[in-house]
Design a protein around this ligand. Structure first.
Ligand code: SAM
Length: 267
């Protein structure tokens, strides 16, 4: 039988609406496709900061016509790795949520441990763990929140390839790789771990099958695809910016003088 081609929605029509600086940028296309694959009724994010990952989940829910809610949990105080920050970050996220995702996005400004009581066991379809990245903190977040995830639900871990300072998400995820059955790691960027909680109905979703029962070759191709998808998004973003700058220059009467292209980072 011919292998099926995997041509996800992120490659066909995904244009991120919320663009703010975050190392999560490398995983936006995958997040977009994962939400489509899971059709989550409830998404919970632990560690939101300026909302890049969170609002990508929300965008995917809207654009895939999914009838669910997404909870963003953060003290919005910062931590030892982000350093402290002021209220402007929270205010911006709250305004954005109200303006774009009313009725879908709910912000909970509190500590992860204090939010636990608001969620029933087995209620979360997609949990994203992205708070403090020490080994102890990631283990605690996982241990506390795991019961809240439904059988067959997905848990994402950011920064599982970051081996800097006292980051330890990589170490905790390496331990899970030894003990868990349905588990996958994207190695690009700062790394993203994907774990499926055992149980739940069988699925014939192509992405979930590739993640958890693909051959080694298929899984390697999946990793490569999402590396290219992230590069493609960035290249398109820079091209759009360059075009806008060039158009601006022309409007100002700049006789054929092109704007400087942006190679890295913001203009
Ligand atoms: C790495 S940032 C989140 C990045 C975000 N997901 C993105 O897309 O860029 C981590 C956030 O977790 C929050 N945080 C860390 N530990 C926390 C805790 N125990 N309770 C509440 N918030 C916490 C910090 O305030 C910080 O904003």
């Amino acid at each position: 039988m011919e292998p099926r081609v995997y041509f996800p929605a992120s490659l066909q029509r995904f244009e991120p609406k919320r663009m703010v600086f975050s190392t999560w940028v490398d995983h936006l296309p995958f997040a977009y496709d994962l939400v489509e694959a899971l059709s989550p009724k409830m998404v919970v994010e632990l560690g939101v900061y300026n909302g890049l990952s969170f609002f990508t989940f929300c965008q995917a829910m809207v654009e895939h016509d999914i009838d669910g809610v997404a909870y963003a949990i953060d003290s919005w105080e910062g931590d030892a790795h982000t350093d402290g920050y002021d209220d402007s970050i929270y205010n911006d996220v709250a305004t954005y949520a109200r303006d774009h995702y009313r009725g879908i996005a709910y912000l909970m400004r509190t500590y992860f441990n204090e939010a636990l009581v608001h969620f029933s066991d087995g209620s979360i379809d997609l949990l994203h763990i992205d708070g403090l990245h020490t080994y102890e903190a990631v283990k605690e977040d996982f241990t506390n929140w795991y019961p809240k995830v439904r059988p067959g639900g997905i848990i994402l871990f950011h920064d599982v390839m970051a081996r800097i300072k006292d980051f330890g998400a990589w170490k905790f995820f390496d331990e899970l790789l030894l003990s868990e059955q349905d588990i996958f790691r994207f190695n690009h960027g700062f790394g993203l771990g994907v774990l499926r909680k055992p149980g739940g109905p069988d699925t014939n979703n192509q992405l979930l099958q590739l993640l958890f029962s693909g051959t080694e070759d298929e899984q390697q191709k999946l990793r490569q695809l999402y590396v290219h998808a992230a590069h493609f998004l960035e290249a398109r973003r820079q091209a759009t910016k360059f075009k806008a700058m060039a158009a601006g220059n022309k409007a100002k009467g700049g006789q054929g003088k092109a704007a400087e292209p942006v190679i890295n980072g913001e203009a």
